[in-house]
Design a protein around this ligand. Sequence first.
Ligand SMILES: [Zn+2]
Ligand SMILES: [Zn+2]
Ligand SMILES: [Zn+2]
Length: 185
Amino acid sequence: MPSDTSPQDIIDDLYQMGITVSECHAMNNRKTGAPMPLFLLTLPRSEDNRNVYNITELCYLKIIVEPLRPKTGPAQCFRCQGFFHSSKFCTRNPKCVKCGKPHLTRECTKSKDTAATCGNCQGDHPANYIGCPPNPLNKPPPAPKVEKREHAKEKRCKSPLKPTQEPPFRPSLPRLKHSQRLPHQ
Ligand SMILES: [Zn+2]
Ligand SMILES: [Zn+2]
Ligand SMILES: [Zn+2]
C-alpha cells in the first residue's frame, strides 16, 4: 500500500475487523532509506489476530499480509524431516531430504538429474523446501467463522435461481441477400 498511508488509518481499519495492532509503521528500504509501500505491524498474539493473514483488503486497497521473515520456518529435523525437533535427539526412522526414501540424506544415491521427491508431501521438491504444504509455515490460520457462513448462504441463494434462468432470447432476423431481395413495386 502507498507509503504515505497513515499508520493510524491502518490500525483503525484493522480494529474494525477485530484485529488489535500494537504498532504500525511504514518500512524504509534498508539501503536507500527510501519509503517502501510496506508496513510493519506488530500485533499481540491472539486467536483473533491470526485472522490478519486472511485479510486481502484494507483502506479500500488490495493488500497481502505476510509474516515478517517468511524464509525462516520452524525447526526441521535433518534426520527424519519432521518439524519442531532437532536431529540430535531424533530416534525416528531416517528420511532422505532429497528423495524421501528411508535412508539418511548423506547415503542418498539420487543423481542430480532426477527430480527431488518430498518425503513429507510426495511433491517434486526437497523435504526442506519452504513452500512444502505440510510445513507448518504454510498451514493457513483457521478461516474466520463469519466468512464460512456467508459462503453457505450464497450457495443456498444461488442454486434455486439457476434452473429458472434461461439464456436471453435473441431474435435472429433472417437477412435477405441483396440478390434475393424482392424489387419494391
Ligand atoms: Zn527427526
Ligand atoms: Zn535419498
Ligand atoms: Zn513437500
